[in-house]
Ligand binder design. Sequence first.
Ligand SMILES: Nc1ncnc2c1ncn2[C@@H]1O[C@H](COP(=O)(O)OP(=O)(O)OP(=O)(O)O)[C@@H](O)[C@H]1O
Ligand SMILES: [Mg+2]
Length: 399
Amino acid sequence: MRPLASDLLAFCLNLLTNPPPFVQPTDPLNIPAALYDAIPACVLAVDNRLRITIFNRAAEELAGHPREKFLGRDVREVFANTMPEYPSFLVQTINGNRRFVDEEISFPHNGRRSRLLVSTAPLYDKAGTIAGAISAALDITPIREVRHRMHHLETLAALGQLAAGTAHEIRNPLTSIRGFTQLIQARALRRGDATTADYCRLIMQEIDHVNNILSDILSLARPHTRQLSLLNIVKIVHDVIAFMYGEAILSGITLRPELPPEELWVQGHIDKLKEVLINICRNAFQAMGPGGILTLSVSADAVTVKIALSDTGCGMTRDIIEQIFTPFFTTKETGTGLGLAICQQIMHEHGGDIQVESTPGQGSTFTLLLPRCLPPERSEAVTAVPGRIFSNSDTASPG
Ligand SMILES: Nc1ncnc2c1ncn2[C@@H]1O[C@H](COP(=O)(O)OP(=O)(O)OP(=O)(O)O)[C@@H](O)[C@H]1O
Ligand SMILES: [Mg+2]
């Protein structure tokens, strides 16, 4: 990715310092504004008194101000507080007749430090003397973030493989342990040894708990091809609310349904969609405590169905939000941190997604997005593939 940024910079500088013959005049000090404005990198040039002579459109966009604010000003003064290294590159380019290539400098942008990749070149007048310097710069912060995220995902994928392999290996001996514990329990009961029988019950209970965690790990590690069917999502949300009602009462929580009167259709796997809704409801219950309110609303536009679950719980900081879909991330003493990772995987398998908004101390909203389908009477046959949902209306006709 980095070579791509430097190639683009090299191309821009080359274009500006050696304008093509059809760009008249060929004097690089008189480069037409349309040329440098068309360049996707930030272009800035100075004369040999370090006054800014070119400030292109990309630079305006990054700076958030029109070029008039910068043209004619001393570049050292403009960048003294934000990135002092940058004018010093231009000074050295003019005084030392040297080029800087792919220098990385940090600069403040939207409240955080971003990274710029900068290259410079001297500009000569017709007599061949240095008349100024030109620089091209690219904001590589998004590229760095993607690279960082990819590295993170690669590590997770490797960890996932390891976890899935380990989970598989643990399962077999666990099944034997459970079987023998059951035998011991049966013998103990026959002998009237209630204490041993109860110990066995506790062992099996814990084995079942471990087994559930292993199932979660395995379901995350393996992509699923499921047969999807046409479902009325309003009814599913209604059923989940009914299912969670008892738990809500026990926890002192009010469930507030905001369901539309009409049916809204999606392609899906009923149990998996219910699993997502139940997981998010349980998280909300755990975040709220008695007196909390969980609002479940369903709405739709022409292409997307939205199910929003809004709680009045503890909320999350930005830092926590960035990690909640990472397997094993949990802030709870007894949590496994797999709930939301599984929810996200299920939503992706449905061609959908999850959006999160949260304010610490006020609450969180998890919005599930699913592709909207036509009602059954207007739908044609559907085909399910992992990761995306196609109906016959959005696949090309065969042949
Ligand atoms: N509604 C919510 N309000 C506040 N924080 C939440 C909410 N939902 C999730 N979180 C945060 O996201 C983390 C991850 O949630 P996730 O469901 O993946 O795991 P968990 O609930 O900790 O454990 P489990 O695997 O048992 O579900 C939680 O530990 C919590 O910090
Ligand atoms: Mg959870």
